[in-house]
Design a protein around this ligand. Structure first.
Ligand code: TXA
Ligand code: MG
Length: 354
């Protein structure tokens, strides 16, 4: 299949292209598009054949449900039922934006889209191109992140092209995304609402709206081996091709330890890489050192993380060490993704562990 690649920086200027993209979706085709979190791979959420095509294009297991993207509040009641009042409060606070809610699905949503579940994940993205496309496609776009299964989610159209060229009808290039990590997922079918995946909308922000919130135990205690309630969270995901290890501890010890490891690995013929804070970057010996951001600047680190993981692949790095970043606020999402990319491998040099 020929994949048409178009650039739309401005929804109004790109009107004609978005109409064409909307037509592709209405006819059951697939279009990748920018959102404020990561690029999505879109299909008509109400068409079971489109959802099957999404799974095939991504190489994704079909028991892993898709998020349905909407562009206006009125459409929520068409795809969800028994919507609790917390859901309206959360939507009011965070939509359009990087928050996805799990709700009971209406009969309109095919099981192909929900991976066989009776619930549906719904999000209203905060991106003018995404919102215009949803509207032009009929209102309901099922969209997982636009990467092939197992790779980091794409933060620019270049990475979508790398993974999906020739497998989908169109890629809409809207430049780099703003946030860089996937949306927060909150299950509002349970009381209190439960965080199934951390994201830009933090635990604290959710608490401010609905008081108490809980966590999916499997996310907090990964070592328990419990199955996460968001089926997609069970996969080793976001992973670069090289082996990644996260190092925790006092700053100087971390830098020294990583240098020892990369020196040894280089001698053994490996190509090494480090994910560093800007403050430490010049201290490392590794072949490739990527700056995630300034220490404590979670927004910058979130925006750069997936791009860095992909660049290590391009650079042929076989062994990667990362500093541990703060795990407060947005840091919860950063560390969740980083540790998943590392297959939970962490070296703990902190005093309390030694
Ligand atoms: O920011 C985002 O959410 C991006 C952009 C494109 O919107 N989308 C995204 O989709 O990250 P995806 O498919 O890569 O991740 C969706 C996650 C998966 O872990 C899936 O298992 C979970 O949401 N999920 C979807 N429907 C669910 C449901 N009904 N119950 C529990 N988890 C669900
Ligand atoms: Mg994904």
């Amino acid at each position: 299949m020929e994949t048409k690649i178009v650039t739309v920086q401005d929804a109004a200027l790109g009107e004609n292209i978005l109409v064409e993209a909307g037509e592709i979706l209405r006819k059951g085709g697939l279009v990748a598009f920018p959102t404020e979190t990561v690029y999505g791979l879109g299909g008509d959420a109400l068409n079971p054949e489109s959802s099957k095509k999404i799974y095939a294009a991504k190489g994704r297991p079909s028991d892993n449900p898709l998020i349905v993207h909407i562009c206006c509040m009125e459409d929520l009641q068409k795809i969800a039922v028994e919507i609790p009042k917390e859901a309206y409060a959360l939507a009011e606070a965070f939509w359009p934006g990087p928050m996805t809610m799990v709700l009971k699905k209406s009969p309109l949503v095919p099981y192909e889209t929900t991976g066989g579940l009776d619930t549906v994940a719904v999000r209203m993205p905060n991106h003018p191109v995404a919102l215009a496309l949803i509207e032009k496609s009929g209102g309901f776009i099922a969209a997982p992140s636009a990467n092939t299964s197992g790779r980091p989610s794409p933060t620019s159209a270049k990475y979508v092209e790398e993974d999906l060229y020739g497998r989908i009808e169109m890629i809409i290039d809207g430049g780099f995304v703003g946030i860089g990590l996937e949306s927060t997922i909150v299950d509002v079918t349970v009381t209190p609402p439960q965080i199934l995946r951390p994201g830009y909308v933090t635990e604290r922000m959710l608490q401010q709206v609905c008081g108490q919130v809980a966590w999916d135990e499997a996310i907090v205690h990964v070592e328990s081996g419990k199955a996460p309630r968001a089926p997609g969270m069970k996969y080793r995901h976001y992973a670069p091709k090289g082996e990644l290890v996260v190092v925790r501890g006092e700053n100087k010890r971390v830098v020294d330890y990583i240098n020892q490891c990369t020196d040894a690995a280089e001698s053994a013929g490996e190509r090494t890489g480090v994910i560093a804070t800007r403050e430490n970057a010049s201290l490392y010996h590794a072949k490739v050192v990527h700056v995630a951001g300034a220490a404590g600047d979670e927004e910058e680190i979130a925006r750069n993380l997936y791009d860095i993981l992909r660049r290590f692949d391009e650079e042929g790095v076989t062994r990667i060490y990362s500093e541990e970043f703060s795990s407060d606020g947005l840091g919860q999402a950063i560390m969740n993704r980083l540790l998943k990319a590392a297959g939970q491998r962490i070296v703990d040099l902190s005093e309390k562990s030694s």
